[in-house]
Structures are given as C-alpha cells and as structure tokens.
Design a protein around this ligand. Structure first.
Ligand code: ADP
Ligand code: MG
Length: 591
C-alpha cells in the first residue's frame, strides 16, 4: 500500500507494461466509478463518498471523494500518465501485490475521455494546502495550490465528450445508477470497514457506516436476510475463509447473491462458486444456490489477477486443492450449525423443500395404472393453472399435434400418448404448459392488459442496488401487469399481477419473478420484457412433479395443440419427443 514519503508514483518500464497492460478500462460511467473507488480503497480511505449528478437523463458529473493518503503535488501530476502507479514497480511485485489497482492505466484512460478535476492533499504533507489539477481529454490544463483537507476528490465531467460513439452507447441514467449501486454494494461487502455513501442528485441511495461485515449486510439486505446467515471463519490448508453463508433454507435461483472475493477483490470464480455449491450438496434443490458473503485469503503468489481487463476473473494456481479445502471448510461450518449427517450416509436430514404450490409430494400408493390419482390440493392447483390458460384457447385454431390418445403420466412429469400410427409421444408437462402460457402472455400484453389484483399485496425487501434496478423497470413491469409501488427505502408492494398468474399465486413465486429481472447476469441478449414474460410463463406453469389427472393431461395437450409453436418451450427446450414405432421395432430387432 502507499504511504511512504516523497514522490512515490513511477512510470512502469516497457517490459512490465507489455505484460500487464489491459488497454481500455473505461467503457461506461459505472467503470469510472469502480476505478475511482478502488483507488480510494487502495489509498487507505476510511470513508468514500460518491455523488452523481444528472440532467435530462444525462450524467453531468461523477464525484468520488475520500479521506485516504492523498498525493503530493508531483504525484498528482504524474498520476495522469499512462502506466504511472505507486502500487508496483515491476512485474515481480505482482506476486506480492495486495492492492486492487496496479496497472496505472485508469486515471490516464478516464482523463483521455473526460474533463477531470483532481483535488488532493497528502496525509503526510506539512503544509495546509493541497493541489488542484484540471485535465481535459488527457491534457493538463491547469495546476494550482488549493486549501483542502487531506484526501482526494476527483470530479469527472463531460464523460465521453470526445468519443461520441461511446457517449451514444450509454444506457439510461437509471440503468447506469443501478449498475453503479451494484458495484458499490460489492465494494462494501469486500471492504465493510469503510464508510460508503452514494447519492444521485442529492438523493441518498446507499449509506453504510463502516461497522464491519454483518453491519453492512444488515444495511444493504435487511435484518431478515441477515438472520439466516451462518458465520464462517476457518482456515483450511493454504486458504482462510471468512464471512457468512446462508442456512440451506435461504436459496436463490442463480448465483447472483454469491458474493465471492479473493484477497478482498470481488471476483467471478466458477471454481470457488462450484466448490461452495458442492458443499451444500443435497441440502437444497439441485437448481438452487445459497446466499454467501465470503472472502478467501490466499497467498498472493497463488492468485493471478492479471488475466482479465476488469480483473473480475482470477486464476488460482492450485485450483483443485483449494477447491477441496473450500468444500470441506463450508461443510464443516454447515455441519456445526445444521447437524448434517456424514457425507454419503444417506439422504440429508433436512425436510424436502415443498414445491411452489405448497404441495408435499407423496408416493402414490396405487401402482399399476398409467395415471396416478393426485392429491386433492394438487389437483385443485393444477386445475386452476389449466383453467387460467384454458379460457383463452381458441377452438378455431387448427391443432398442430398429430391425433393422439393419452396412456399415462410418467414420473409426475411426462405425459405419454400414442398416435394412430402407434408412435409413442412423450410430452414434458411443464415445458408444454410454459409454452401455452408464454404465447398467451405475449398476446394479452399486446392486446389488452388484464390484471389481477392480489388479495394481499406482496412485500419486496430489496437492497439499494436492487431497488435502483427495480425503480428503473417499474413502467415496463406495469405494462406487463405488475403494479408495484415504492413503500419506503428498500421496500416495494406488488399490488397486481398478470391475470394469467391468478390471484392465488404464491408470494414466493412473485418474488422469484421480480428477482429474475433485477438480478444481474440473467440471460444475455434477451431484453427485460422478454425475460419477464418467460419468467411469468415458467412460474405460472404446471410444475414438473405435479401429478395430473387424465383429464388434466388432455386439457393441457389441447391447449398446447393450439399454440403457434407447440414444439419448444420459451427457452428453446423441446416440449415433446416422438419415439416412432419403426424406431422401436428397430430397437427390438424386428426389422
Ligand atoms: P493504479 O491504481 O493501477 O495504480 P490509477 O491510474 O488508477 O492506477 O492511479 C494512478 C496512481 O494515482 C495510483 O497508483 C495512486 O498512486 C494515485 N492515486 C489515484 N487515486 C488516488 C487516491 N484516491 N488517493 C491517493 N492516490 C491516488
Ligand atoms: Mg487504479
């Protein structure tokens, strides 16, 4: 870290530059904020303030101020040179480097595409005045003395003024602010001892006092989530694991709340995320993920952070061993809290998770007949789901399925039918109903927006980053049938849902749908509206695992037959597979 006297920033020599240069680091406003905040962290700040000003949906100013070590006048000038850094002096230092930055590229890149004002004063300097430098498009326009407290304030204006293409490419301010909030949330999690503040046009979005990780989690994600966490602090061979993991009952449908950092650098590591998930094993359903806030301390020499421009990806040198250590550390922590039986000693001691409709699966007593008789509650749920999509079915539309006769249901998931040609048709009931719902959601949203008022509004408790994303999506959500109102910081009320979901939809299902569009990193290349529609179709559809009556199977196939594309679900998976009689004959060596 910085802190010695005199001039400390040096320009890296060419051989080092060739090996670490990432080229461009600032492609959007959010990356500017990330780079500036990381510099403040590296400067040993105890408090970091980010303030964004926008006018008419254009960001006019981004300011980051800190109470870190500051810079003396010479360093302040040098800081804008490319490959000028105080953090390493050559390639060898990379293997001991503990700072977030080391390439000396960020300030130079930012200055080259903006109007930057730097005001800084070294903590160690004796004078009362600091330095002010104005840089426009990479050229120093002025340097002066100025009275200021120790620390650094960097103000970015007219971002991308000289790169109109990039300027135009910028998303709406709301999107950018949501991204920025997410970035700062991650920095708070990795550096919970620092007080962070974020505001937009004087509206405070996030404020954490720097009181440690648990405190930060409560501030960002609320007490109910914090209560479901288990503290982890354990050393394995060559790795120290610290932070919190969720009880197996708190799960997410993707990895977006697995906050993982290596040596306090937030990273996306498949190896580590995979190891954590592996440790939970069957404690949660196979397609669910825990919530974790974990930092892994490894010897810097074992972590290569120089593999990706944004440093989000890292390479671990003893990946397999570290993976194993992580699995065992997490298992031990879970075992202490949850009394997990020994690995391999039969099924987990946890009750099976109920399915979305609150139905406990039971093993039907009667064997033999193709279609098992479902429990009453289950039958009612399925019936309701089918009737919601049944109303719409237009008898005029020609059936796209071959003629068929239902013979049974397999594994509470596949409907088996035969065709007049004695082919075997196997239909995935969930995928099939998803397709039906999806097409109806699309049609209804475009024609008329029927909405269903919920008996009890569903409460959403969101982190600042999630709140920002949701706030930006409210108009779209309303168009699609979800009327959602803000209700104090981090709290929203869902009042209506699309009519196809029905008024008995479980609050959990609604939360999952909303989470699906505010969780970063969902399906790429698919716009939010499309994502939302797919989600509605998925959550509203008959579940895999629901036993259906013969009549329900028939209704479902009739509805499917009248869709525009009955052959795939909205995610592109097949809804049905045909086993030709000829193929069967071949298998039995009859032809
Ligand atoms: P890097 O962080 O990779 O070293 P940057 O271009 O981000 O490169 O910053 C260049 C140098 O400027 C840093 O090495 C550091 O010495 C100095 N610097 C930047 N921001 C700050 C800050 N907020 N406080 C103190 N020094 C800073
Ligand atoms: Mg930096």
């Amino acid at each position: 870290m910085t802190g010695s006297h005199g001039s400390r920033i040096r320009v890296l020599d060419e051989s080092t530059v060739i090996r670490i240069s990432a080229g461009e680091v600032v492609e959007r406003a959010a990356s500017v904020v990330k780079e500036l905040c990381e510099n403040s962290i590296d400067a040993g700040a105890g408090r970091i303030r980010v303030s964004i000003i926008s006018q008419k949906d254009r960001m006019t100013s981004i300011q980051v101020s800190d109470d870190g070590c500051g810079m003396n006048p010479d360093d302040a000038l040098l800081a804008f040179s490319r490959y000028a850094t105080s953090k390493i002096s050559g390639i060898d230092d990379l293997f001991t480097c503990k700072t977030l930055g080391f390439r000396g590229e960020a300030l130079a890149s930012i200055a080259s595409v903006a109007h930057v004002t730097l005001v800084t004063k070294s903590r160690e300097g004796t004078g009362i005045s600091g330095t002010k430098i104005v840089n426009r498009g990479g050229e120093i326009q002025g340097e002066s003395e100025t009275g200021c407290p120790s620390g650094t304030v960097i103000t970015i204006e007219e971002l991308f003024f000289n790169t109109p293409a990039r300027g135009k490419f910028q998303k709406s301010t709301a999107t950018e602010i949501a991204l920025i909030t997410g970035i700062i949330e991650r920095l708070v999690i990795t550096h919970p001892e620092i007080a962070f503040e974020l505001s937009h046009n004087d509206r405070q979005i996030l404020s954490v006092p720097g009181g440690g990780l648990m405190d930060a989690i409560i501030h960002l994600y609320g007490l109910p989530l914090a209560r479901q966490l288990i503290r982890v602090q354990r050393g394995g061979r060559g790795v120290l694991v610290e932070g919190y993991i969720s009880y197996p009952s708190l799960t997410r449908k993707n990895q977006y709340q697995m906050y993982i950092s290596v040596n306090k650098r937030s990273v996306a590591s498949r190896a580590i995320a995979g190891a954590i998930r592996e440790a939970y094993d069957t404690l949660m359903p196979a397609d669910r993920y825990p919530v974790v806030f974990l930092d892994f301390t490894l010897a810097p020499s074992e972590v290569d952070v120089n593999v990706h421009p944004t440093k989000r990806e890292v390479r671990l040198s003893r990946e397999d061993e570290i993976r194993k250590e992580i699995v065992s550390v997490i298992r031990e922590s879970l075992a202490r809290e949850c009394l997990i039986p020994e690995a391999g000693a039969g099924p987990a001691a946890f009750p099976r998770v109920e399915n979305a409709a609150g139905v406990q699966y039971s093993i039907p007593e009667e064997k033999g007949s193709g279609v098992k008789e479902p429990l009453l509650r289950e039958r009612i749920t399925t019936g309701r789901q089918l009737s919601l999509t049944g109303r719409q079915t237009d008898a005029q539309v020609e059936s796209k399925l071959p003629e068929y006769e239902i013979i049974g249901q397999l594994g509470s998931l596949y409907i088996l039918a035969t065709t007049p040609g004695d082919d075997l048709l196997v239909i995935d009931q969930h995928a099939a109903h998803e397709r039906v719902l999806y097409e109806q959601v699309q049609e209804r949203s475009e024609r008329n927006r029927e909405i269903q008022e919920l008996i009890d509004p569903v409460v959403l408790s969101l982190s600042p980053g999630e709140s920002e994303t949701l706030a930006g999506s409210l108009p779209l959500l309303a168009e699609e049938g979800f009327l959602i109102e803000g209700f104090g910081p981090g709290t929203f009320l869902v009042r209506t849902v699309p009519v196809l979901l029905g008024q008995n939809i479980e609050p959990r299902e609604i939360r999952e749908i909303i989470a699906g569009i505010i969780a970063p990193g969902t399906v790429r290349g698919v716009d939010t509206r499309e994502q939302l529609r797919r989600m509605v179709a998925c959550r509203g559809a008959i579940k895999a695992g629901a036993e259906c009556t013969t009549d329900q199977c028939r209704q479902l196939l009739e509805q499917l037959a009248r869709t525009k594309n009955p052959y795939t679900c909205p995610h592109g998976r097949p809804t049905m597979v045909l086993f030709g009689k000829r193929k069967l004959d071949e298998l039995f060596k009859r032809v």
